[in-house]
Design a protein around this ligand. Structure first.
Ligand code: T3D
Length: 259
C-alpha cells in the first residue's frame, strides 16, 4: 500500500486498487506517482501477465483531487497533465501486458480517461462514466479526446465530452465501451477470471497484438498489413508459437513461457 494505491500480485495477475474512498479515489500527486511507478515496475516483470485497475469503495475514480488543486504548491495544469497524467496513460498503452479496468462505480474526469486507456473494461451495474471536465471549465485530458471517439464513435464522443451527461453501465455496454456489466459483488471475480484467461495466453503474442491494435488508429491499411507481417515474423519465431503448435497436435492446453 502506497499513499492511496494498493498493489496486489496474485501469481500472474497484478491488481492495482485506487484506495481513497472518502474522496471517491480522487487522484492526488502521491497516488499518481505511485500508479505510474507500479505500472512501470509491472511492465518489466515477466511474471505478471495481466493487470486489473479498480477502485475501493463506491467509486472507480473521481479524477483530479480538487482539494489538492487549492494548494499554493499545486503545479500549473499543463505541467500536471504533462508530467503526472500523461505518463500513466503512456505506461498503460506501452506495457506488453493487457490491462483491464474493473469499473466498480463512478469514473469521472481523468478517472474516466484512465478507464478508457485500458485495453478492456468490465463494469459493475452501478458504474457510470462522467466527462466532468467541462463542468469545472476544463477540457477532457489524459487521452479522453483520443480514446473516446475511437471507442464509441465521434458523434457519441462529442455528446459525452460537450454535454457531459453521465453514461450509465447499460448504455456503455450497448455502445461497446465496456465488454460486460455484472452485479457489483461479482465484478472482481469477473475481472480476475478474464485476467486469468489472458494470463494463460502467449505473452509475446498478446503484447504484439496490443501494439498492432494501437498502431491501427494512426496508419493506413497498407501500413497495417506490413506491420502485421513484421509482427507475425517475430511471433512466428517464438518458443511460444512452437509450444502452441505442439499443444494443438498433442491435444493438450499450451504452457506458454513468454519467449
Ligand atoms: O491537475 C489538474 O487539475 C488537471 C487535470 C485534471 C483532470 C481531471 O480529472 S479534472 C476533473 C476532476 N473531477 C471532477 O470534476 C469530478 C468531481 N466530482 C463529481 O463531479 C462528483 O463527486 C461525482 C460525479 C464523481 C460523484 O458524485 P456523487 O454525488 O456520487 O458523490 P459526491 O457527494 O459528489 O462526492 C462524495 C465525496 O467525494 C464528497 O466529499 P464529502 O462531501 O463527502 O466530504 C466529494 O467532495 C468527494 N469528491 C468527489 N470528487 C472529488 C472529491 N474530492 C476531491 N476531488 C474530487 N475530484
Amino acid at each position: 500500500m502506497t499513499d492511496g494505491l494498493r498493489v496486489q500480485i496474485d501469481g500472474p495477475v497484478a491488481t492495482l486498487t485506487l484506495d481513497r474512498p472518502e474522496s471517491l479515489n480522487a487522484l492526488t500527486v502521491p497516488v499518481k506517482v505511485a500508479l505510474r511507478e507500479a505500472l512501470e515496475s509491472i511492465a518489466s516483470d515477466r511474471a505478471v501477465r495481466a493487470v486489473i485497475i479498480t477502485g475501493a469503495g463506491r467509486a472507480f475514480c473521481a479524477g483530479q483531487d480538487l482539494a489538492e488543486r487549492e494548494s499554493p504548491d499545486a503545479a500549473p495544469l499543463d505541467v500536471e497533465v504533462r508530467e503526472r497524467y500523461n505518463p500513466i496513460i503512456r505506461a498503460i498503452r506501452s506495457m506488453g501486458q493487457p490491462v483491464i479496468a474493473a469499473v466498480n462505480g463512478v469514473a469521472a474526469g481523468a478517472g474516466a480517461s484512465l478507464a478508457f486507456a485500458c485495453d478492456l473494461r468490465i463494469a459493475a451495474e452501478e458504474a457510470r462514466f462522467v466527462l466532468a471536465f467541462g463542468r469545472i471549465g476544463l477540457v477532457p485530458d489524459s487521452g479522453a479526446t483520443w480514446f473516446l471517439p475511437r471507442l464509441v464513435g465521434p458523434a457519441k464522443a462529442a455528446e459525452l465530452a460537450l454535454v457531459g451527461d453521465p453514461l450509465d453501465a447499460a448504455e456503455a455496454l450497448r455502445l461497446g465501451l465496456v465488454s460486460k456489466v455484472v452485479p457489483g459483488d461479482r465484478l472482481l471475480d469477473e475481472a480476475r477470471a478474464m485476467a486469468g484467461r489472458l494470463a494463460e495466453g502467449a505473452p509475446l503474442a498478446l503484447a504484439l497484438t496490443k501494439e498492432a491494435l494501437q498502431r491501427s488508429s494512426t496508419i493506413d491499411l497498407d501500413e497495417a498489413l506490413e506491420g502485421e507481417a513484421k509482427l507475425q515474423g517475430i511471433a512466428g519465431a517464438s518458443a511460444d508459437h512452437a509450444e502452441g503448435l505442439a499443444a494443438f497436435k498433442e491435444k493438450r492446453p499450451p504452457r506458454f513461457s513468454g519467449t
